[in-house]
Design a protein around this ligand. Sequence first.
Ligand code: GUN
Length: 314
Amino acid sequence: MIGMPARMLDGVAVAAQIRLELTTRIAAFVEAQRRSPRLGIVLVGEDPSSEIYVRNKLKSAGESGLRADLIRLPATARLDEVLEVVATLNAAPDCDGILVQSPLPPALGAAAEQAVFDAVDPRKDVDGFHPENVGRLVQKRPSLVACTPLGVIELLDRSGIAIDGARAVVVGRSDIVGKPIALLLLHRNATVTICHSRTRDLPAVCASADILVAAIGRPAFVTPEFVKPGATVIDIGINRVSDAAVVHRIFADGSRRLADFERRGSIVVGDVHPDVAGVAGAMTPVPGGVGPLTIAMLLANTLKAAEARCSGLR
Ligand code: GUN
């Protein structure tokens, strides 16, 4: 390692601060409306990662004073049954937010996810996945915006990392993460490049970034050659790895993460290689980086949706 190791951006602490701020606002909502903001979470099937995410979302919501209900459907559910649940939540006057956990079971077909996201009332769309909200984001009009991208901006702002005028490179062009992050960075006056699997000279393009966002979904894909010395590196990846050879290739002998792996048989690895800490100025760890922010912003979006509905906005 050359020079100072990167400053680790503490997503757990920033998320705790945001949740604390929300608790006060939620209490004021309860006082004024005589009810809690309510979030309906729909989980179809039993994907192990989704089970963990949903459990964390329910727990955080409850701790902040939101009411969160889990509506479960079996992996064998038909698309019309999922749409029926969404329609019921759309029609419920005291339901403020709706989240259908992704991914849906593959048996529902490739088009199911879009059909379900399209069916959510845009005013209750706390994921920001509805095309109306995506369109409003493109036009920089107030809307519900996807939670992970919002969390990245909060983490940068609250860590004192300047976005205005920065060169930002986003690797990954998904509707859920890559595209909305690129738009949020653009709206904050970053000069934004979106890269993907067909980008030529990917390491060189990434190495031009002051802010590099990795949203690829491949463990430890971003190595030191992708990173300009002193750059800020945001790791969106949540990759569960159970292949010992892969884990040993990524983590040094004697490291804490390797010990975690030996104990549990699998670990979660980000899209950014740990050696990047020797080059970057600041970076997010995995776990404990962007993940906690995503949940905090889900709570923020639920409160925002509740406040907007109760004040008749939109
Ligand atoms: N699965 C992984 N991340 C997310 C998210 O932000 N929202 C939903 N609905 N599903 C997810």
